[in-house]
Write a protein that binds this ligand. Structure first.
Ligand code: CA
Length: 224
């Protein structure tokens, strides 16, 4: 899951960023409202964590413009503006949730999981597809009930594929979802992770679509 973190307070940003990374989220951080708007419009994010008091453009304006442009990325506002009126305004502008600063990181994660469940159409933190189940809060994956020893990025890759079981992803899309903009990714990194996940489960769990990319085993989603 790729998160756009919009926060001009460096201390908060670095705390949230490392907490998200520890939970295997890919984070891109911007500190300015205009940059945030451009980043959100030009890239695919699964979630935006949005501060309101920002240089360049207020967070409410960023959110309003995104929604006017039909961008539906889930948004959690995280702001020191704590009045009921502020919260109503934020939610009415299209935020999915509103968290008042100072906040507990565990509460932020609980709200993120709630959004992931909504997006995934599931009522629990378990994402289940065929013989695979992923525990989103514990970052654990199971195959036929057996826990898989996955590295953090292997888990993220598998999660991306399981969340979108009908979609074929190019290597570039998968790299972007795992690494964001900044990192220098080795050219066969994704193939290495795919190989490793196959070894830990079975070869066809991730199918190679020639010339296009990868998808999760279609047997999980297509009637046989
Ligand atoms: Ca701020």
């Amino acid at each position: 899951m790729r998160v756009l973190l919009v926060e001009d307070d460096e201390q908060i940003a670095s705390g949230v960023q490392s907490a998200l990374k520890r939970k295997a989220y890919q984070v891109d951080w911007v500190s300015d409202g205009k940059q945030a708007l451009n980043a959100a419009l030009d890239n695919h994010f699964d979630l935006i964590v949005l501060d309101l008091g920002l240089p360049g453009m207020d967070g409410i304006e960023v959110l309003s413009q995104l929604r006017r442009k039909h961008n539906q990325t889930p948004v959690i506002i995280v702001s020191a503006r704590d009045s009921t009126q502020n919260r109503i305004e934020g939610l009415n502008c299209g935020a999915d949730d509103y968290l008042v600063k100072p906040f507990d990181l565990d509460e932020l994660f609980a709200r993120i999981y709630a959004i992931e469940r909504r997006v995934g159409g599931s009522a629990s933190n378990m994402l289940v597809l065929g013989d695979l189940s992923l525990d989103l809060s514990g970052q654990l994956a199971y195959f036929k009930g057996q826990e898989l020893q996955l590295q953090r990025r292997e888990f993220s890759l598998l999660k991306k594929l399981v969340e979108n079981p009908r979609q074929v992803f190019s290597r570039e899309q998968l790299e972007e979802s795992l690494y964001g903009w900044t990192s220098d990714v080795g050219s066969n990194t994704i193939d290495v992770y795919v190989h490793s996940i196959r070894k830990k489960t079975y070869p066809e769990v991730i199918k190679t679509i020639r010339g296009v990319g990868y998808r999760i085993d279609p047997a999980f989603v297509l009637p046989s």
